[in-house]
Design a protein around this ligand. Structure first.
Ligand code: PMP
Length: 444
């Protein structure tokens, strides 16, 4: 079976005939996956892998609760979301109940978050949040951070600034997008103490300039933890300061929680809670449906109502009875299985394991993130932080041979992204750390 695994699967040639070259695939010689179970994937030769990258399948693969929900609901009712049925309000209420108490209440500078718009993906959620924010403010300009990924639709792609996804990203943003400096404490303009305030002050200066140019801000969008940069935590005080400046300039704050929200941080359900802020709009997707396509925007009624000025908003499948039932089943399972807490405990153990490896393997630089959103940054030199990109790619290939699926992220492709299903066990976490130890001991 192992010999077979080394041969390129027939499916690869088939896929290559049909797919466009822009369609990303992983690995030079990817295993052909046949089945998934919890945090494992199994290929057609029967080989099992620990899946360290599937954050979409937050509960784990093949979850029986989700399977039952799909099976039951699709036999009873699935209709487009113009009709009146119970599931939409029930699921929306469940989502709102996940917000921190202060978010469900308004304050002097923002409304209560009490309204949910459901769509089918993260890109749609971001697209819609931008549109709602522009409608509510009557302005166009959106500020997004360098090195961000927010989606593939026209608007969500417009605020995507990562050269990982598009080497020409910065040169080709439309004029309604302003790109602000990314507050990356490890590689950015400011690094030490007080860096958060300095980045926020620079953002404030950008906002002043935009206003002077007659392009006042409609919305500021960022991930609450820099997911696509490798799980880099925002500097202390940055987000609170940035949100205050955006609001003072009349803009709305969008937290893109597609990757880092929904329990993955372990210590908090939402990424923005880490910074003690409350956004005006929250975008969610990936783990909401455990692989079933669901996305959403959580905001206030007042902000969402601005859409009415642009005609009706309607998504045929967004919020249909089936996707709502799946969403409810996911939330039930997350609670019943204590997955947020598991993310905290097992994620902490993993991070500790990686940091211990760093003491013996100089290729490991900073270990980013929290809970089960971690990034192991590989560098050729810890002082210069020279990215070890080719090493990172080779390490991923070698880890695959040892039964661990892990991939790279960041603009420099030198961060091992660790975002497994939240059901990852301590035993599997230890296995992954041991496998990385073994690979790094093989002579890098
Ligand atoms: N926002 C963020 C932060 C993302 O990481 C992604 C997907 N990687 C998206 C939005 C887009 O989500 P989707 O792929 O579901 O359209």
């Amino acid at each position: 079976a192992l010999a077979q695994a080394d041969e390129a699967p027939a499916e690869l040639a088939r896929r290559e005939r049909i797919f466009a070259s822009a369609q990303e695939r992983y690995y030079e010689r990817p295993p052909q996956i046949e089945r998934g179970w919890r945090h494992h994937l199994v290929d057609t030769t029967g080989r099992a892998y620990v899946d360290m990258v599937n954050n979409v399948t937050g509960l784990g693969h093949g979850h029986p609760g989700v399977a039952d929900a799909v099976n039951r609901q699709i036999r009873i009712l699935n209709t487009n979301s113009r009709f009146l049925y119970r599931e939409l309000a029930e699921y929306s209420e469940r989502l709102l109940a996940l917000l921190p108490d202060d978010a469900r209440e308004g304050s002097a500078d923002r409304d209560a978050l009490d309204t949910v718009l459901l769509v089918n993906s993260g890109s749609e959620a971001v697209d819609l949040a931008l549109r709602v924010a522009q409608a509510a403010t009557g302005r166009k300009t959106v500020v997004s951070l360098r090195e961000a990924y927010h989606g593939w639709t026209m608007a969500s792609d417009a605020v995507t600034t990562s050269a990982y996804d598009n080497p020409d990203a910065l040169a080709t943003r439309p004029d309604w997008v302003h790109v602000a400096d990314v507050p990356n404490l490890f590689r950015g303009t400011y690094r030490g103490e007080g860096a958060g305030a300095r980045y926020a002050a620079d953002l404030g200066a950008d906002l002043d300039r935009l206003a002077e140019e007659g392009r006042p801000i409609a919305a500021f969008i960022c991930e609450s933890v820099l997911g696509n940069a490798g799980g880099v935590l925002l500097p202390d005080g940055y987000l609170a300061d940035a949100y205050a400046r955006v609001r003072a300039a009349g803009g709305l704050c969008i937290a893109d929680e597609v990757q880092v929200g929904f329990g993955r941080m372990g210590s908090s359900f939402w990424g923005f809670e880490q910074s003690g802020v409350v956004p005006d709009l929250i975008t969610i997707a990936k783990p909401m449906g455990n692989g079933f396509p669901i996305g959403g925007v959580i905001t206030s009624q007042r902000i969402a109502d601005a859409l009415a000025g642009q005609g009706q908003f309607f998504s045929s499948a967004g919020g249909n009875p089936l996707s709502c039932r799946v969403g409810i089943a996911v939330l039930d399972a997350m609670a019943a299985e204590g997955l947020q807490e598991n993310a905290r405990v097992v994620g902490g153990r993993l991070a500790e394991g990686f940091r211990a490896l760093a003491e013996r393997h100089p290729l490991i630089g900073p270990v980013h993130g929290e809970g089960l959103y971690l990034g192991v940054e590989l560098v050729r030199d810890r002082e210069s932080m020279e990215p070890a990109a080719s090493e990172a790619a080779a390490i991923c290939e070698r880890l695959r041979e040892l039964g661990v699926i892990v991939l790279t992220t960041s603009e420099r492709s030198n961060v091992l992204k660790i975002k497994p299903p939240l059901c990852l066990t301590a035993a599997s976490a230890d296995f992954v750390v041991a496998a990385l130890d073994r690979v790094l001991s093989e002579g890098w």
